[in-house]
Design a protein around this ligand. Structure first.
Ligand code: 4AD
Ligand code: MG
Length: 432
């Protein structure tokens, strides 16, 4: 017997195959059961008839509990009216393990708290499967993009001796002998070492922020991809960010249309994302906000409503560069043409999804960097190795970090980043 998956049914039209999955849903009439079988690769309708199964088996099939594991053998036929385009006429229905309790997640609406507490089961739902497939595609596109451009994948450590993105969002861990370690906020500083060793490198891993914010954009554990390039300027960094985002959007449209449809995404909006993306300076952005009657004072960091206002005019992500140096991290290079601003860039996603990328050019000068570390009250001992990078062959260099979940959230067009990671960690949630 041929064992296959729902995604591969098109290769077996007219044949008898076995599918192995779980009972997702069922509709019944006197003589027919329409069994919705899911196997992770898709959902297919399998028809079990009274005529075939007989008076005894037919009602048993009608009583199989939702999410029982079942194997169904039957013949495959193409049917345009069937969701997915195929149907299976069941010849055998074998229950592998019947559910012993009623499945907690019915197909009706549930509150977010209940769903999050049942995340291990919620992941089986159609929309969640589509989201995870989208996430997988984004990861794949990113890795392919960097490998095609000769970036080396270099993994950054998770335990670190110091802060990278400010001391207020550090998770402290007890290391050995009373030593403290911190969960990494960003692999960037290590990627700078990697860029000096390999020219172009990227890391892609979990990062941690003890952010006490309960917004739809914040997780305490999230995944970030961070490319870093030697001999690169802010413009090179912006070009790279734009190319990478376009690649992701193109791949998602080419390979994940069905999932976008399950998510009820307005696909036309994604189709309108085309290079070149708008680039505006922070100062121009402030003027634009004020011109639109949205009062904003030069010097502050943009909040979510400001970002939404700024991106509203554009179909594509917008690159905002040269922020006031006070609101940016210690490592950002100052603009030689305007000491008030740093050579950094934030990329704001369309449709109010906010910042998905932060990056820029790094301070290459040893003395300036020393002053900056002191000015930010950071312990210089912990940064000796980082300062070495400026002592031994310092070059202009830069890179960025893209938040994976925020990017998936925008592409999927959903409300909250918590659904864009398999098991979200947030201010009040680390279960399951
Ligand atoms: O702007 P951030 O803080 O930049 C850095 O960490 C740099 N060191 C990266 C670099 O240049 N290599 O964070 C980068 C991105 C943000 O734009 C956002 O997409 C995401 O990481 N991010 C978060 N995502 C979810 N939850 C949070 N709490 C996040 N904080 C940042
Ligand atoms: Mg940022």
């Amino acid at each position: 017997m041929t064992i296959t998956t729902i995604a591969h049914l098109s290769e077996h039209v007219g044949e008898t195959v076995t599918l192995r999955g779980w009972l997702y849903n069922r509709r019944s009439s006197k003589k027919l059961h329409f069994l919705q079988l899911r196997d992770g690769s898709g959902i297919v309708q399998c028809i079990a008839t009274l005529a075939h199964f007989g008076e005894e088996r037919f009602p048993e099939i009608g009583a199989i509990g939702y999410e029982s594991s079942v194997m169904i053998t039957g013949s495959v036929r193409a049917d345009e009216r069937a969701p997915g385009g195929f149907e299976v006429e069941a010849q055998e229905v074998e229950v592998v393990a019947a559910t012993t309790e009623e499945y907690p997640i019915s197909l009706k609406e549930h509150g977010p708290d209940f769903l999050l507490s049942n995340r291990h089961l919620w992941l089986r739902s159609r929309k969640q499967v589509a989201l995870m497939r989208l996430r997988d595609q984004v990861i794949r596109s990113i890795r392919n993009f960097f490998h095609e451009r000769d970036f080396l994948n270099i993994d950054a450590p998770i335990f670190t001796p110091a802060a990278c993105e400010g001391t207020t969002t550090l998770f402290e861990v007890d290391y050995f002998d009373d030593e403290k370690a911190y969960l990494t906020q960003s692999g960037q500083l290590y990627m700078e070492a990697a860029a000096m060793a390999f020219g172009k490198a990227y890391c892609f891993g979990p990062t941690f922020r003890a952010e006490k914010s309960k917004t739809r954009r914040h997780l305490t554990e999230f995944w970030m991809v961070e490319p870093e390039m030697a001999y690169a300027t802010l413009d090179d960094v912006m070009d790279l960010a734009e190319d990478m985002l376009q690649r992701i959007v193109d791949d998602v449209l080419a390979h994940r249309r069905a999932d976008l449809e399950v998510l009820e995404r307005d696909i036309e909006k994604l189709e309108r994302v085309k290079k070149p993306y708008p680039r505006i300076s922070y100062s121009d952005a402030v003027e634009e906000l004020n011109g639109a009657g949205h009062a904003f004072e030069w010097g502050g960091d943009f909040g979510a409503p400001d970002e939404t206002e700024l991106s509203a005019k554009y179909d594509a992500p917008v690159l905002v560069h040269r922020y006031p140096q006070e609101v940016k991290a210690f490592y950002m290079r100052r603009d030689p043409d305007d000491d008030r601003v740093a050579l950094g860039v934030d990329v704001l996603a369309p449709e109010g999804y906010g910042e998905i990328i932060g990056g820029g050019e790094r301070e290459p000068d040893l003395e300036v960097l020393r002053e900056r570390i002191a000015a930010h009250d950071l312990p210089e001992e912990s940064f000796q190795w980082y300062l070495d990078l400026r002592k031994f062959g310092s070059v202009p260099h830069g890179g960025f970090g893209l938040g994976l979940e925020r990017t998936v959230c925008w592409l999927a067009g959903i409300e909250h980043v918590r659904e864009c990671i398999p098991f979200p960690r947030m201010l009040y949630r680390i279960y399951p």
